[in-house]
Each structure stands twice: as C-alpha cells, then as structure tokens.
Design a protein around this ligand. Structure first.
Ligand SMILES: *Cc1c(COP(=O)(O)O)cnc(C)c1O
Length: 374
C-alpha cells in the first residue's frame, strides 16, 4: 500500500523536527519580542554566513523583497526592467506596482531560464535593470548576464525565490550562491519553498553596504531612528516566530536539497528513456536544488488527467504567460507572443518532489508515466 502522494509534504518534514520547532516557537512567544526580535537578527546572520553574503535583510515576503530592491535602486516611473516572461507573477508585479515597465523576454526551452542572448535585443535607453529568475532551482547563466549588465550599465536583481542553496560556477572556477552575484538578490520563505517558514517571509541579499543601509530603512518605514523617517518606505518585517522556524530549518537546508536531488536523479534515470518526455536539462555551471522537477511532454493535459486518476498530483508552473494576463494587458499589445514561453505553457508539467518522499511512491509515479506512453 502506498501512502497518499503529495506535491510537497510539509507535515512529514515537520514531524521530524517537531521538538526543536515547538520549543523555539514557545521560547519566541515567551520572549515578548514578537516582531524583529533578536532571533530575526540571529537568523539573518546565520543565513548571511551560509550564503557567504555580507548583508541579509529579512522582510515580509518574496514579493516585498523584489519591491524593496527596486525602491532601493531609486528606479523611477517609466524605467524599464527586463525579466523573464516565464516566471511567477511576483517578479513583474513588484516592478509594475512602482510604475516601472516590466519588459518580458523569452527563456531557453531546455533550462527554462532567460539568457543574455534573449535579453540584449530588449535593452533600450530606458532599461535600468535585469531581473534573472533562477527558475525551478537552477541558476541562470550569470556570468554572461553580469557581462551584459556591465556593458549597458544596468543593475542586476536576482529573484532567488526558487533556488536558495544553488551554486553557480564562473569560468575562472570561482563559485557563488545564486542571489549573491548581482547587485541585489531576493528570496521568499513561503512554506513550500526550499527554505520555508510556517507563514510568510522573505529576505534581500547584497554585498553593497550603501544599498544594505537603504534597504533596511525602506523595509522599516524609512526610519533610521524610531519616529525619524528619512525615506518613504513600507512596512515589511519578518516575525520572530517565523525566524525561529527558519533558523532551525536552515540547519537542514543542505540535507533537504540533497533529498530533492536524489529524487530528481531517479526521475532522470527512469524518464530519460521515454521518447515523449524531455527531462529538465542540467547546466555545467550550476548545481540544482530542484524546487520543482519539471518535464516537457507530449499530450500534457491528457497526461495530467491520467496521473490524477491514480491520485498522483501534478502542477502546471505556469499555465498562462505573463503577457497574456489581464492585469498586464496594458504593457503588451494584443498578439504579443514569445515562442518558447508559449511552448512551455502548453507542454510542461511538474511532478511531485519534496524532502520526505517514499521510494515506493516514486516508483508508482514512474510506472504510471511509462504506462501512459506505452
Ligand atoms: C514564490 C516566488 C516569489 C514570491 O514570493 P512570496 O513570498 O510568495 O511573495 C517571487 N518570485 C518567484 C520566482 C517565486 O517563486
């Protein structure tokens, strides 16, 4: 008998670290410092050590992290930022809400990530920043993107919400964690992310002390001292309970990412032999933390129904390209279309992957995939 298959198993993960989590949550409540308490600073310091980045500024969620990053760079109404069309809505939304224009560019069909070649034709005099998203847990080719940004004098803000713990290798063999390569990196601690809280949370990374200072002010009402407001900011804080949880989970992040890789390897080996399935490609210069295991398939919708009939959940990340979303229709003329993004929206499907998977469940999923294409 197999257990119920889930896309993510947060409760199974919790059961293994329950004692430590529960104890720390109670400690946090008893401390009376519920927002931005000392544990928030402790977690920031631990994450900054883990990622080898000078500043980690926690905030309320990953969307705020992007918005605060844009605000700290002093970007103005009408400035253009280039981001992938193939991403979660937050990347473009955080720009649009500030009056910036999100210019959507296409992505590579095999890595799902934008590349310098796709970005360059979209650069205009108004372009101020590039926002690479390390989608599904693998790094964009940051070296070529950083070179492009240098050539045109653009900021780089990495949306690292899906790739925390992923490492990129430069051509000189030096390595950096994604999110610490550009001017600013952002992440989300949404519960299902690789480093997830039990509520909302996010963070902003930078090695630039001036930006770090500005980001800290902006995330806290522009205050440098209580009731002294230097800048128009916002209210975006991480609460102490979430910081306690994240501080525990950070210790297991490598282990969690390894478990995801074991599952991905097994999917790779077994699905690679099926002609109708294209497994996610791995690039030579990045590790992968498999936030999602996403395959490109024939007859996607039929396959989804078929798997569903056996109790196998799947997800489509993402069913509608950003330029086809009603909310973004003011930015893109009717009929605007990007070939690869269009193709992916019709052909990708993400399979269950998480840290608590039973081998027998994965065997079951693989068997059903084989049967479907028999
Ligand atoms: C989850 C996610 C976000 C937003 O994070 P929230 O914490 O939900 O606001 C932004 N970008 C990407 C790529 C994401 O996957």
């Amino acid at each position: 008998m197999s257990m119920k298959i889930q896309m993510v198993d947060l409760m199974g993960q919790y059961d293994k670290i329950k004692d430590e989590i529960d104890k720390n949550i109670i400690k946090s409540i008893r401390s009376g410092k519920l927002i931005n308490g000392p544990i928030v600073t402790e977690f920031s310091n631990n994450l900054s050590k883990f990622l080898d980045v000078d500043y980690v500024i926690p905030c309320a969620n990953g969307t705020d992290a992007l918005q605060i990053a844009f605000m700290s760079l002093g970007l103005k109404k009408g400035d253009e930022i280039i981001c992938p069309a193939w991403t979660y809505v937050a990347t473009a939304e955080a720009a649009a809400i500030l009056g910036l224009t999100p210019i959507l560019c296409d992505v590579d069909v095999s890595t799902f990530n934008l590349t310098a070649d796709y970005i360059e034709p979209f650069i205009t005099k108004k372009t101020k920043a590039i926002v690479p998203v390390h989608l599904y847990g693998q790094s964009c080719d940051m070296e070529s993107i950083m070179n492009l940004a240098k050539k045109y004098n653009l900021y780089v803000i990495e949306d690292n919400a899906q790739a925390i713990g992923c490492k990129y290798t430069f051509s000189d063999d030096s390595k950096k964690f994604t999110g610490t390569i550009g001017d600013i990196g952002t992440t989300s601690f949404y519960p299902s992310k690789n480093l997830g809280a039990y509520g909302d949370g996010g963070a902003i990374f930078t090695n630039n002390p001036d930006l770090a200072h500005k980001i800290k002010l902006i995330a806290n009402h522009g205050q440098n001292k209580k009731y002294h407001h230097n800048l128009i900011g916002c209210n975006s804080r991480l609460d102490s309970i979430q910081a306690e949880i994240l501080n525990v989970k950070l210790k297991y992040l490598n282990q969690y990412n390894n478990s995801r890789n074991l599952m991905a390897n097994k999917y790779d080996e077994n699905l690679n032999v099926i002609d109708e399935i294209k497994i996610p490609s791995r690039t030579h210069n990045s590790t992968h933390v498999f936030h999602q295991y996403t395959i490109t398939v024939k007859e996607r919708n039929k396959l989804q129904d078929y798997l569903n009939s056996f109790g196998i959940p799947t997800m489509i990340y993402y069913p509608i390209p950003l330029y086809k979303q009603k909310a973004f229709s003011c930015f893109y003329p009717k009929g605007f279309s990007l070939t690869n993004t269009e193709f992916l929206s019709e052909n990708v499907i993400s399979l269950p992957i998480h840290t608590e998977f039973q081998n027998s469940n994965q065997d079951f999923i693989i068997e059903k995939l084989k049967n479907f294409y028999k």
